[in-house]
Design a protein around this ligand. Structure first.
Ligand code: ASP
Length: 324
């Protein structure tokens, strides 16, 4: 047998093995890391999607919360995980802001991950504790400016969406507030409900229920148009901050090196989950909707992430925000 023929045989055997492996995937429980505390908005999105993808994949997907440092601790964990399809990652816009905000990341936000697809774009809301002494945005502005040394702003750490929204808000109103960082806005919301912290800007997936129950005051949504599930809440644009706009996109990833066949299987399951009536209904109740199928794909997330990294770097540089 000549050596070229032998090499071809070995290649064919290896390819056959890889294909069989991908067909078998998944054979055990999958873990989806969320880089924020349980009970918050990223966690909510992840749990809904994980549940539905698990049905399609016939394996359970459990969510593991690895909060801290604006999502970068969870991201670092996933970047070092085995690229075998059993560790997934659901993160938001923070994946694109971290490279500019953190000088010492142990991973590369683009190269250390295999994109699976975009998941959803979620509006944010500016909310305050129930007894905050301002009935609308105009009063909020006057109060915050007059009491800037004592008003506290909750966020989920540098690079979180709540940090980003707060940074844009404080820049727009030219007032710096004391920020109180949490491992996620789930626990931050608990403190807002308890009156330990004053205001926060967070995804509708965390605030809608509390706004509707009258447990927090809402002053505005961060999108250009009002949110269907919160028709009485004005946009911040209307309320007095022209041009204010931020929506929190969410993407799903696996560690770099995860085989393409597995990524394709996961992306297919994500696309099915985003059409699941249960997911669509829950998303709608929480002020959001799944992305179109064409965006729930690896190439779409890859291009989006890259564009967002490029978009935020100069904004963050200008704001002078960073962590060592
Ligand atoms: N909403 C949070 C943020 O500000 C994160 C979370 O707890 O999901 O980024």
């Amino acid at each position: 047998m000549n050596s070229k023929f032998l090499r071809s045989l070995v290649c064919l055997a290896l390819l056959g093995g890889a294909a069989a492996h991908a067909q078998e995937y998944p054979t055990k429980t999958i873990t989806m890391v969320v880089p924020f505390a349980a009970g918050g908005p990223t966690d909510t999105v992840a749990r809904l999607v994980a549940q539905s993808m698990g049905v399609k994949l016939k394996q359970q997907i459990i969510v593991e919360n690895v909060g801290g440092a604006g999502g970068t601790i969870g991201a670092a964990r996933v970047a070092k995980s085995a690229p075998d399809g059993y560790t997934l990652f659901l993160h938001h816009i923070g994946q694109s802001t971290a490279p500019a905000l953190y000088r010492k990341l142990t991973y590369n936000a683009i190269d250390s991950f295999e994109p699976i697809g975009l998941v959803t774009d979620v509006p944010m809301t500016l909310v305050a504790r129930k007894d905050f002494p301002a009935k609308d945005f105009k009063e909020l502005l006057a109060y915050v400016k007059a009491n800037k040394d004592k008003v506290t702003y909750a966020n989920a750490g540098l690079g979180s969406a709540s940090h980003l929204c707060g940074m844009l808000f404080m820049t727009a109103i030219e007032t710096d507030l004391t920020t109180v960082p949490y491992k996620g806005t789930g626990p931050a919301m608990n403190d807002l409900l308890g009156g330990q912290v004053d205001i926060m800007c967070d995804q509708t997936t965390n605030t809608t229920g509390q706004i509707k129950a009258g447990k927090v005051k809402a002053y505005g949504v961060t999108t250009k148009t009002r949110v269907a599930s919160l028709p009485d809440v004005p946009t911040l644009n209307e309320a007095g901050l022209p041009g204010f706009e931020v929506a929190v996109w969410h993407g799903m990833y696996a560690p770099q090196g995860t085989p393409k066949a597995i990524i394709d299987t996961l992306s297919g399951a994500l696309q099915v989950a985003l059409k699941d009536p249960m997911v669509k209904q829950r998303f709608a109740d929480l002020g959001t909707e799944p992305v179109a199928e064409s965006r729930a794909k690896p190439e779409a997330l890859k291009a989006h992430l890259k564009a967002e990294v490029d978009k935020w770097a100069p904004i963050i540089k200008k704001a002078g925000a960073y962590a060592d």
